[in-house]
Write a protein that binds this ligand. Structure first.
Ligand code: NAP
Length: 321
């Protein structure tokens, strides 16, 4: 007889989370098997809830393998790897982990902005490898305070980035598809116009097909030779080949990137570009925030099992996009 499970877990969210989930529900953990859900056949038939992460995603094939599925609880806030259309078609609810990661992703955006403008990673190497003593004074860099900050995507994270700009006496403007009611920042209806105005352009919008290469060569040229591009959203939003060409030719002043078009990558194309600061997609990767994200996934699973409702569902407007 096939064992029946309540929850299918396609991604491990850390030992503590995995143990807590398994202590409460009959959980089928599937991430160990490289064949994916197809390897589990009838064992999947009763599962009502699936747990995943933005990295593992949830595809049409995964939905198809789970006939009793009613909810997908994902770890992370992006839903570009979750097939929301497939979920909506079957009336399956999807939850993500918004709000709890805003501070850390915003902090990292600022770390990248400061590191790119003031070359802190390069300075660290300069001191540790003896270049300071050998070569003398470090090259002068770019001032941050008092400048103009443009934000592509004034959502939860974009707003946390904007709030931090007050401490740097910066003027902030943003571009969304529509102005955000009540936002205390100037709205630019055109992304090129925002880039032309800004000294620093921070990308904080959603990923996915609708925003692919939104930051293209015209936007990059508008930001200009003194401008700095920061991306903490998704690699797909920036035309990386265009950005690299502009960085090499001097048409773009610098870039601080937590996300790239291919991940993980050896990033050899960035070698030698001191005006670029890279991080390996770690916006939310602090102990505190990762624990809060795991807790929120668990809260969603528990709420759904008890009440049939998710705590932080993806909005129905986004389910249709
Ligand atoms: P959010 O609150 O939904 O904000 C997304 C913003 O993007 C909204 O202001 C939205 O405004 C704007 N937007 C959507 N489509 C757009 C378009 N076509 N053109 C211009 N603006 C557009 O999301 P969030 O919680 O702030 O998260 C934002 C993104 O950050 C996530 O989707 C994820 O990809 C990324 N992220 C990265 C990390 C990391 O580790 N680096 C961690 C967490 C999240 P309108 O709807 O008005 O256009």
């Amino acid at each position: 007889m096939t064992t029946s499970y309540d929850v299918v877990q396609v991604a491990s969210l850390g030992t503590e989370f995995d143990q807590r989930l398994a202590a409460r529900y009959r959980v089928l953990q599937t991430w160990h098997d490289p064949r994916g859900l197809t390897a589990f056949g009838d064992a999947l038939h009763d599962a009502r809830v699936a747990v995943t992460s933005v990295r593992h995603g949830f595809t049409q094939a995964m939905f198809d393998a789970l006939p009793a599925l009613q909810a997908v609880c994902s770890w992370g806030v992006g839903h570009d790897t979750l097939d929301l259309r497939a979920a909506a078609a079957r009336g399956i609810g999807v939850s993500v982990t918004p709000d709890v990661l805003d501070d850390c992703v915003a902090d990292l955006a600022w770390a990248l902005l400061l590191s790119t403008a003031r070359r802190t990673a390069i300075g660290d190497r300069y001191v540790k490898t003896g270049q300071w003593r050998a070569l003398g004074q470090f090259p002068i860099t770019t001032k941050v305070s008092g400048k103009r900050l443009g934000i592509l995507g004034l959502g939860r994270i974009g707003e946390a980035i904007a709030r931090r700009a007050a401490g740097f006496d910066m003027d902030v403007r943003y571009h969304n598809r529509a102005p955000r009611p009540g936002a205390p920042y100037g709205y630019e209806a055109s992304l090129v116009a925002l880039a032309e105005w800004a000294d620093f352009l921070v990308v904080a919008c959603v990923g996915g097909a609708a925003t692919r290469h939104l930051v293209d060569m015209p936007v990059i040229r508008a930001l200009g030779p003194q401008g700095i591009l920061v991306n903490i959203a998704r690699g797909s939003v920036v035309d990386q080949a265009a950005a690299l060409a502009a960085l090499r030719s001097g048409e773009l002043g610098g870039a601080g990137l937590d996300v790239l078009e291919q991940e993980p990558t050896p990033a050899t194309e960035f070698a030698g570009l001191d005006q670029v600061s890279l991080m390996p997609h770690v916006g939310s990767a602090t102990r505190e925030t990762r624990a809060a994200m795991a807790e929120l996934v668990l809260n969603n699973v528990n709420a759904f099992m008890q009440t049939g409702r998710l705590v932080t569902p993806v909005a129905s407007r986004e389910m249709q996009t």
